[in-house]
Design a protein around this ligand. Structure first.
Ligand code: ZN
Length: 392
């Protein structure tokens, strides 16, 4: 079991009753249990938290990641990768959040949270995301306060102008509602200074996503000599959160590998899942974690960056750990050894020798994914007919 919050990296038993963890210890008597899952040789971790995903899917053409065709239903892409919580990164704004909640959040088995876009219309694409007059700090903060359990922060993305207003208005909303902001700084033309962003505009706890992007429209964190910029290290020390947000265009080995060699690791690992990344180099949360495992982070670090660290970043300290009394969101992984290939968003490949595979996912105490049937009785076991008749 790897549970970074509780400093556990050891062989442990976990007991779950209803939706809660009721015991974690070296030896729990299996006779006390109605069902036992043997995870010998595997890794048991808290359910993963992906803080950059796009799940406000809909059928409106030209609505991009806000009720449009490019966002994805959460349950099809989460449990298979051990993810039990996603944060939709700015699909909805204060004007469209109710539709997102009614049509997606209320029906998903995955826990779906939201960074509310500073743009009232959300991530509708095209001119909608360039409309400064639709970036209202007060209304955005009010919507956050109304849905405190679900909305965990404010998102800025896709703005192509040269002004700081979108960032500053998001931070103003974040101050009113006491939540962090997540910045996608991908498109300003000409590019704005990321040093100025970290030191003059963001607060400790605010999130810089797409950390390892290499785009003409944004300054990279690793310079042309392959050195991590010293002010980036300083920014992280001062509390700026560096998030992966892999996506279809925002993760390059030419940034990540030199950054890790220079002693810099991301605070949080996330997917930026949408139709443009799901079948490209990104694939899923585990594939992104496996990349970092192969380029210098250890297993404890990639698990921490996908469980307890993101839980703290979004101020959801009740999630991301397996403590007695915690919600029973648990994942079980195998660490495969062999030859594996990985692709970045520049289209370049890298060879690695390890890969994480999700074996089983538990959400709210229920098995929601089981790759190899480790939670099910054998079909020819004496009691198989009665057991199998009641899938949980
Ligand atoms: Zn995104």
């Amino acid at each position: 079991m790897i549970d970074p919050k509780n400093n556990i990296n050891d062989v442990m038993d976990v007991a779950i009753l209803d939706a809660k963890v009721v015991a974690v210890s070296k030896n729990i008597d299996p006779k006390k249990a109605a069902q036992v899952i043997d995870a010998k040789g595997m890794y048991v971790t808290p359910g993963l938290i992906d803080i950059h995903s796009h799940n406000f899917f809909g059928t409106e053409p030209d609505h991009y990641l806000g009720n449009g065709l490019e966002a994805l239903p959460p349950d099809g892409f989460t449990f298979k990768a051990g993810v039990t919580t996603v944060v939709d990164a700015g699909g909805a704004g204060w004007k469209t959040f109710d539709a997102f909640k009614t049509q997606t959040i209320d029906h998903a088995k995955t826990r779906v949270l939201s960074f509310l876009n500073i743009v009232g219309e959300g991530m509708r694409g095209g001119p909608y995301e360039q409309n400064l007059s639709d970036m209202d700090s007060k209304m955005t903060a009010m919507a956050v306060k109304q849905h405190k359990e679900i909305i965990v922060g404010i998102k800025v993305a896709h703005y192509v102008g040269g002004e700081w207003d979108p960032v500053d208005r998001a931070v103003a909303a974040g101050k009113i509602a006491n939540v962090p902001v997540m910045i996608d700084f991908g498109g300003n033309n000409p590019p704005l200074s990321i040093q100025e962003l970290f030191t003059k505009h963001l607060r400790p706890g605010d999130i810089f996503t797409h950390a390892f992007a290499e785009l003409g429209s944004r300054e990279p964190i690793v310079d042309s000599q392959g050195k991590i910029r010293p002010f980036v290290i300083d920014a992280q020390k001062n509390g700026i959160v560096f998030d992966v947000g892999h996506g279809g265009g925002s993760f390059r080995f030419s940034q990540a590998i030199p950054a890790l060699k220079g002693g810099f690791i991301p605070n949080t690992i996330s997917t930026d899942l949408h139709t443009g990344s799901m079948n490209a180099g990104m694939k899923d949360q585990l594939n992104v974690m496996s990349k970092f495992l192969n380029i210098g982070m250890n297993l404890q670090q990639v698990i921490a960056a996908s469980t307890w660290l993101p839980a703290k970043v979004i101020h959801k300290e009740d999630l991301g750990h397996i403590s007695t009394g915690a919600v029973a969101d648990v994942a079980i992984f195998s660490l495969l050894k062999g030859k594996f290939g990985y692709i970045d968003s520049g289209g370049f490949s890298m060879q690695g020798d390890q890969k994480l595979q999700c074996e089983l996912t538990i959400r709210d105490g229920k098995v929601v994914y089981d790759l190899n049937g480790i939670s099910r009785p054998a079909w020819d076991a004496p009691s198989s007919t009665t057991n199998a008749a009641k899938p949980k």
